[in-house]
Design a protein. Structure first.
Length: 118
């Protein structure tokens, strides 16, 4: 089992920045990919970004150029740096982890709220 704990959400004005963190613990030796989903009210969960154990990254078109996913292997932590935030980035952000590189849905964190509002 793998446990994921997110932190770093909050309220920010449009154009602002936030950094989310996700600390992994447990049987993390077999994890191949980690990343972030988000879910806005009334919408389906959306894959935002992933990073593989080798460092390859994926970004949704809606966040390319604004968000950066990274990981600190020594700390077993994944980060999501979010810049130039928009109103439509408001959502609950969930950390994910997977034993494969194809998806990111074996394990989930509890979610952290990000609200972009003026």
């Amino acid at each position: 089992q793998v446990q994921l704990v997110e932190s770093g959400g909050g309220l920010v004005q449009p154009g602002g920045s936030l950094r989310l963190s996700c600390a992994a613990s447990g049987s993390i030796f077999s994890i191949k990919a980690m990343g972030w989903y988000r879910q806005a009210p009334g919408k389906q969960r959306e894959l935002v970004a992933t990073i593989s154990e080798g460092g390859s990254t994926f970004y949704a078109d809606s966040v390319k150029g604004r968000f950066t996913v990274s990981r600190d292997k020594d700390k077993n932590t994944v980060y999501l740096q979010m810049n130039s935030l928009k109103l439509e980035d408001t959502a609950v952000y969930y950390c994910c982890a997977d034993h494969t590189l194809a998806v990111c849905d074996d394990y989930w964190g509890q979610g952290t709220q990000v609200t972009v509002s003026s």
